[in-house]
Write a protein that binds this ligand. Structure first.
Ligand code: ADP
Ligand code: MG
Length: 158
């Protein structure tokens, strides 16, 4: 599934649709360069998960993992500063795999080999200053549910 967003707000809306469809234990891998829109999408996803508005979602570049309460607890990971998945394993990250939380990972390509089966991948392409291409892959049922949500949100399919 592919979408094209024309501005930050549209990427956030897509994130909100993703968040609304997630269940405990889901893992979302975000792939894309700096400025692609990973954190922007995560802000919407947090909203869709019911994280209260008072929490500001920022890239956990230095803290590695930020956690937020919500309908489902959100663990927001940034793998940017990791050299490889061994570093990530050292953090006890794998404890999350069966946990009752949702895990969202920026720069997930750096730890691709330890991502569990069933991970939802969202890959960002920088098209121009304000346009991004978002490609979804992973669990077909989940992707279909997200697609229906996005269509209902009023975003046009491009
Ligand atoms: P990342 O976490 O991938 O480094 P951010 O979400 O922090 O990226 O930043 C994305 C930047 O791109 C923001 O400055 C945002 O305003 C800008 N932007 C422009 N167009 C879009 C779009 N269609 N979707 C998301 N962000 C966009
Ligand atoms: Mg970021």
């Amino acid at each position: 599934m592919q979408w094209r967003t024309q501005n930050e707000e549209e990427t956030r809306i897509i994130g909100e649709c993703v968040g609304a469809c997630l269940l405990p234990g889901h893992m979302v891998a975000l792939i894309g360069d700096l400025g692609a829109g990973k954190t922007c999408l995560t802000k919407g996803l947090a909203k869709g998960l019911g994280v209260p508005d008072q929490y500001e979602i920022t890239s956990p570049t230095f803290t590695l993992i930020n956690e937020y309460p919500g309908r489902i607890r959100l663990c927001h990971v940034d793998a940017y500063r990791l050299d490889n998945s061994r570093d990530m394993a050292d953090t006890g990250f794998e404890d999350f795999f069966n946990a009752q939380v949702v895990v969202v990972i920026e720069w997930a390509e750096r730890i691709r080999d330890i991502l569990p089966e069933g991970t939802l991948f969202i890959t960002f392409a920088y098209i121009d200053d304000t346009t991004r291409g978002l490609t979804f892959s992973g669990d077909e049922g989940l992707i279909q549910a997200i697609k229906e949500k996005i269509v209902r949100s009023g975003l046009s399919y491009v």
